[in-house]
Design a protein around this ligand. Structure first.
Ligand code: SF4
Ligand code: SF4
Length: 121
């Protein structure tokens, strides 16, 4: 089990895809391979009641690391933060220990805590 992970606050993710590009640049992944992808969930109306005032949409952008994510091991070893975290335009990504991130997770909804597979930092 990894000791480190990423906490992603998807309430504030704008879907800008800077994390995708930063990760590809950092790792020089070829066309078709990614360390992180941004997904679109929605938009769809949460309430179809015609008497409701104004539209109320569910629309979430969610960045999800892939199996190629190594948590930017080389950068982290050099005391730099992961490339996606550094370049996130909404500053909604955080790198840290699972314990630290889990504590942050308890403080705010609409976040996801992600840990990589088979990786020990
Ligand atoms: S931590 Fe590094 S490898 Fe993982 S998604 Fe972010 S940029 Fe890519
Ligand atoms: S860089 Fe940040 S705001 Fe932009 S898509 Fe990725 S997680 Fe969302």
């Amino acid at each position: 089990m990894a000791d480190y992970g990423l906490l992603i606050d998807y309430e504030y993710c704008s879907g800008c895809q800077s994390c995708e590009v930063a990760c590809k640049e950092e790792h020089d992944f070829p066309v078709g391979k990614w360390g992180i992808r941004v997904f679109d969930e929605g938009p769809w109306l949460k309430n179809d009641d015609p008497d409701e005032v104004g539209p109320d949409f569910n629309w979430n952008k969610i960045a999800i690391p892939t199996d190629l994510c190594d948590l930017c091991a080389e950068r982290v070893a050099a005391h730099r933060e992961p490339s996606c975290v550094h370049h996130c335009l909404a500053a909604c990504m955080k790198f840290g220990t699972v314990e630290e991130l889990a504590a942050d997770l308890k403080c705010k909804p609409k976040q996801v805590l992600w840990v990589p597979t088979n990786l020990e930092l």
